[in-house]
Write a protein that binds this ligand. Structure first.
Ligand SMILES: Nc1ncnc2c1ncn2[C@@H]1O[C@H](COP(=O)(O)OP(=O)(O)O)[C@@H](O)[C@H]1O
Ligand SMILES: [Mg+2]
Length: 367
C-alpha cells in the first residue's frame, strides 16, 4: 500500500498561487479528505500528485519514490472525477475492463477482476448497459469499479459525489469508504462538503487560499480546532470578541465582551490581562434560560427553526453578537421568537483564541 508525501509543493498560474508550499504526509491505508472552499487549491494538489500537472516547486513521493516528471500512467493510481468520465460508446463491462485489457493482464484475470469489482458496486446485472442508460449514481459506481480494476493501491477521488442527488450522495459515501477499507487502499478524496469529509475520513486536510490550515481527525477538528477558520468551517460555531480584564487564576479569567458584558472563560494559553480574545462555541454547547444564570448574556430570540431531533434558535445577544443555540426538541416547547432569554456559556465548553490582528471576519472568510 502506498505512502504519500508532498514536500514544498507550490503551483502558480501567472499571478495566482493555487498551492503555496504544501507539506503533507499520508500514511498507507489512510482515508484522507482534502476539504476547503471552492478555489482553495484542492484539485491542484491531486492533479499534481497524479502527474496531470507538474508543480512549479517541490516534489511528490509515492512509497518513498520521487515521482516528479513521471507521467500519470506510470504512477499506478486510480483517479475518479466529479464529472463522471466513462467512455460513452462502451458498455459498463467494457468501461470497467478497460484497465486490465490495456495492461494486457490476460483474459482470465480481466474477467475475474471485472466481475469482482462490478459485483462490489452492485452493477454486475447492468454490465451490458451503456452509460446513458444508467442513473448518475450508477454511472459513478461504474467509474469506481473501473478505477478499482486498475489494481492500483492509491485512489484519488476529486469531488466524486458532488454531481449526484443528495440521497444517492449519502449512500455512495459509505460504499466508497467501505470498498477502500476492505481492499486496503490509500484514498485521497477531495470535497468542499464538510459533512461528507467528517463522515468518511480518517483525517481531514483543511485548506484555504492555497495553503493548509490544519490536518487532523474529524473529532479533533470539531472538538479542539486549533484555528478560528477551522472552528467556523467544520461544524457550526458562534463567535464573540472581547478583552481579558483580569489576571489568570487557575487557568481561568474574565473576558469583557461588547457593551460591558462579562464572561468567565478558560485561559489555558495564559493570555495576559488586556489581551484581545475571541471565543467560539458550538450550538449544542449553549443553553437558554428565562432566569438570571451564572455566566450568561441576555438576548432576544430572532428565529426558531425546527430541525427534527432538535430546535435551533438564533439569538441576538446584548453584546450585538448573533449566536446559534440547539436544544433537544423534546425538552423544549416553551421558547418563541421575540422572547427575552439568558444564554448560558459553560466555560469548559468554550473554544478560546487570541483575537487575530487582521480582524475576525478576515480570518473566517473563505478566501
Ligand atoms: N489551469 C488554470 N489556469 C489558471 N488558474 C487556475 C487553473 N486551474 C486552477 N486555477 C486557479 O487556481 C486556484 C485553485 O484552483 P483549484 O485547485 O481548482 O481549486 P478547488 O479544487 O479547491 O476548487 C483557483 O484560484 C483557480 O482559479
Ligand atoms: Mg476542484
Amino acid at each position: 500500500m502506498p505512502e504519500i508525501e508532498m514536500k514544498g509543493i507550490t503551483k502558480r498560474f501567472g499571478k495566482v498561487t493555487a498551492a503555496a508550499n504544501i507539506n503533507l504526509k499520508i500514511k498507507e491505508g489512510e482515508y484522507v479528505t482534502i476539504l476547503g472552499p471552492s478555489g482553495c487549491g484542492k484539485t491542484t494538489l491531486v492533479k499534481i500528485l497524479s502527474g496531470i500537472w507538474e508543480p512549479t516547486e517541490g516534489d511528490c513521493f509515492i512509497d518513498g519514490k520521487k515521482v516528479t516528471g513521471i507521467p500519470t500512467f506510470e504512477r499506478d493510481l486510480g483517479y475518479i472525477f466529479q464529472n463522471i468520465a466513462l467512455f460513452p460508446h462502451m458498455t459498463v463491462w467494457q468501461n470497467t475492463s478497460y484497465a486490465p485489457i490495456v495492461k494486457d493482464r490476460g483474459q482470465d484475470v480481466m474477467e475475474k477482476t471485472t466481475t469482482e469489482n462490478l459485483e462490489l458496486v452492485n452493477l454486475l446485472q447492468r454490465k451490458g448497459f451503456k452509460p446513458f442508460e444508467l442513473s448518475g449514481g450508477e454511472q459513478q459506481k461504474a467509474g469506481i469499479a473501473r478505477a478499482l480494476c486498475s489494481g492500483s493501491k492509491l485512489l484519488i477521488l476529486d469531488e466524486p459525489l458532488s454531481a449526484l442527488d443528495a440521497r444517492v450522495r449519502l449512500d455512495l459515501r459509505y460504499v466508497i469508504k467501505n470498498l477502500v477499507k476492505s481492499k486496503g487502499l490509500t484514498a485521497i478524496h477531495v470535497t468542499h462538503d464538510q459533512e461528507e469529509a467528517m463522515s468518511i475520513s480518517d483525517r481531514i486536510v483543511l485548506m484555504r487560499a492555497g495553503g493548509i490550515v490544519e490536518v487532523d481527525t474529524p473529532e479533533n477538528l470539531y472538538n479542539r480546532p486549533k484555528n478560528l477558520f477551522t472552528a467556523n468551517f467544520i461544524g457550526e460555531a458562534s463567535f464573540i470578541e472581547g478583552r481579558i480584564i483580569d489576571n489568570n487564576e487557575d487557568n481561568c479569567c474574565t473576558m469583557r465582551a461588547r457593551n460591558g458584558y462579562k464572561l468567565k472563560i478558560r485561559n489555558d494559553s495564559c493570555m495576559m490581562k488586556g489581551a484581545g480574545v475571541v471565543i467560539a462555541v458550538r450550538p449544542e454547547n449553549l443553553f437558554i434560560s428565562r432566569k438570571e444564570e451564572d455566566n450568561s448574556i441576555p438576548g432576544e430570540i430572532q428565529d426558531k427553526i425546527f430541525m427534527g431531533s432538535f430546535m435551533r434558535y438564533r439569538i441576538m445577544l446584548a453584546t450585538d453578537d448573533l449566536v446559534q443555540v440547539e436544544i433537544a426538541e423534546a425538552i423544549d416547547k416553551t421558547f418563541n421568537i421575540g422572547d427575552n432569554v439568558n444564554v448560558i456559556f459553560k466555560s469548559e465548553k468554550l473554544l478560546v483564541y487570541p483575537r487575530p490582528k487582521e480582524g475576525l471576519q478576515e480570518v473566517l472568510s473563505l478566501e
